[in-house]
Design a protein around this ligand. Sequence first.
Ligand code: TXA
Ligand code: MG
Length: 348
Amino acid sequence: MSDRSIMETQILTIREENRNDVIEKAARTLQEGKVVAIPTETVYGLAANALNSDAVKAIFEAKGRPFDNPMIVHVSNLVMLREIVENVPERAIALIKRFWPGPLTIVLPGVRAVSPFVTGSLDTVAVRMPSHPVAADIIEYSGFPLAAPSANLSGRPSPTTARHVMEDLGGLIPLIIDDGICQVGLESTVLSLADETPVILRPGMVTLSQIREILAETVYSDEVYSHIEKEERVLSPGLKYMHYSPRASVTVIEGTLEQFAEYARKNASHDTYAMCFDGEEIGIDIPSVSYGEQDRPDMQARRLFSALRAIDQFGATSVFVRCPSSEGESLAVYNRLVRAAGNRVIKL
Ligand code: TXA
Ligand code: MG
């Protein structure tokens, strides 16, 4: 719980017999202009009425989020989408047909109706339609689009369980809707259609090659790509890029398991932990937490943020992480880790 604690936080767990009541309670709380943490298929979001500036401001307050960082607006149908952007372009419709509902956020020009606090006063708005049935029903019952960043304190790993939300925002928000573990586990892919060339601003489980099947000219933004340029492998930690961070300092180590084990043996202090792939613990001399099978990016995505939070629970001051691949779906996992490490990547 936070030391800024100012209210009691209620957790309501979705069960078959109470599902409608809990969804109604969430919708009513949102209609009162309050914030509610809700499950989505990617990560838990801290939601508020995107049309109500006071409600949206309460999100920034609870998270300690800088006001210049815009938020994603979540819709449950296309009528809602058309209410918040002047004109939905053809190429957006093609993407929507293929990827919605699901973990793809589309940045569109010509924003209207949503609070300027949502967009950081930009003339674009980021929109997605979550596939999580509880999220979809809460939006539908509320009757308005929901602004929702990930429901963590700013800078911390995104929450993939209601307990993670409670750890960060307990005492700061009135209500958390608990529907278990998020299936995807990493935030949505963010694709900008603001300019002529479609640009991926944040990699996610909807990949570049999947998007290129619809929009062949799509590229990564420089920021995504710079992390995988060879000459930038060893960079000094940059605060600008710190994100998704546990309290422990993170170093991503590229190389074989044997090289990793040797590096850990030589460089670990008594409270250094390792984050490795499943089954590798036995080959590493320092305490280890695994985050999925080596060739299973979907599994790594689902477990990454939990593993980073577990490292903190153990009281680690530093953590050495086995580097995932940076191809395809893995790029999303790689991107979050490199940012958690403030770009501290060591190639052995
Ligand atoms: O999966 C997700 O996307 C989760 C769930 C809750 O939906 N949400 C999420 O929100 O990750 P957040 O606020 O943590 O990340 C939103 C990202 C930020 O990197 C933000 O800068 C970018 O989207 N973004 C939002 N509006 C934008 C805009 N108009 N132009 C460019 N980037 C934008
Ligand atoms: Mg976030």
